[in-house]
Ligand binder design. Structure first.
Ligand code: FMN
Length: 204
């Protein structure tokens, strides 16, 4: 029987990985990680998440779109390009608007337009899905990096044939970590915030 790590161990050991071995992932482990994205909470139970999963030549095409040859030599994380699997999570703001126009939710006043939403729940749910993916990858002993698409969102959407209106959350790279591949980035060198300084009991 496989012993699965406890959630607290997974939470404390998870770090982003930016240097991967090129080995393909066992299909079953990859499938379990992908399925985890659909186990998160979802406002109104809307569940308007899609994952575009890229392997092999599709991964190479992704990098051609977002990191053209001219910029590649200076790229800080060359081992990121070896990740055998990329996952692009997409959310659908229109599905949330439609869900909140239904009778049981229409009193919220959020069923007219995505612009009316004080908190865009599609990104809240999307963040929960990304965390589930990261934790599931960690539990499988895999490395993972979630990273931004910045000004490439439209180009990636077009290259992947994604329907209009969907929003990319970013991109997730998955693979076996290279030795030292989970070393902290410049951002992470600051470490974790002290919990006591950010938990405000009673009032801020
Ligand atoms: C929304 C979001 C966007 C991020 N974008 C990038 C990115 O573009 N490139 C990158 O190397 N890391 C990116 N990261 C990873 C963070 O730098 C990392 O989570 C943070 O430094 C803490 O390190 P840890 O996750 O290893 O604990 C992103 C993380 C999040 C949550």
């Amino acid at each position: 029987m496989t012993t699965r790590p406890h959630l607290s161990e997974v939470l404390s050991s998870r770090r982003m990985c930016r240097d991967f071995l090129p080995d393909p992932l066992p299909a079953e482990a990859a499938d379990r990680v992908l399925a985890s994205a659909f186990r998160g909470p979802s406002a109104g139970n809307t569940h308007a998440l899609d994952l575009v999963v890229l392997e092999g030549v599709e991964v190479a095409r992704y990098w051609d779109v977002t990191l053209p040859a001219g910029r590649r030599d200076a790229f800080r994380w060359p081992g990121l390009l070896r990740a055998p699997l990329l996952v692009v999570p997409y959310v659908d703001p229109g599905a949330y608007v439609a869900r909140y126009a239904e009778p049981d939710k229409s009193g919220s006043g959020l069923g007219g337009s995505a612009d009316d939403w004080p908190v865009p729940y599609w990104f809240v749910d999307g963040g929960a899905a990304v965390m589930a993916l990261l934790l599931a990858a960690e539990a499988e002993g895999l490395g993972a990096l979630f990273f931004g698409q910045f000004d490439h969102e439209a180009d990636v959407r077009a290259a992947l044939g994604v329907p209009d209106g969907r929003r990319a959350l970013g991109t997730l790279a998955l693979g076996r970590p290279a030795p030292g591949g989970r070393a902290p980035s410049r951002s992470a060198e600051g470490g974790r915030p002290p919990v006591a300084g950010h938990v405000h009991r009673g009032r801020w």
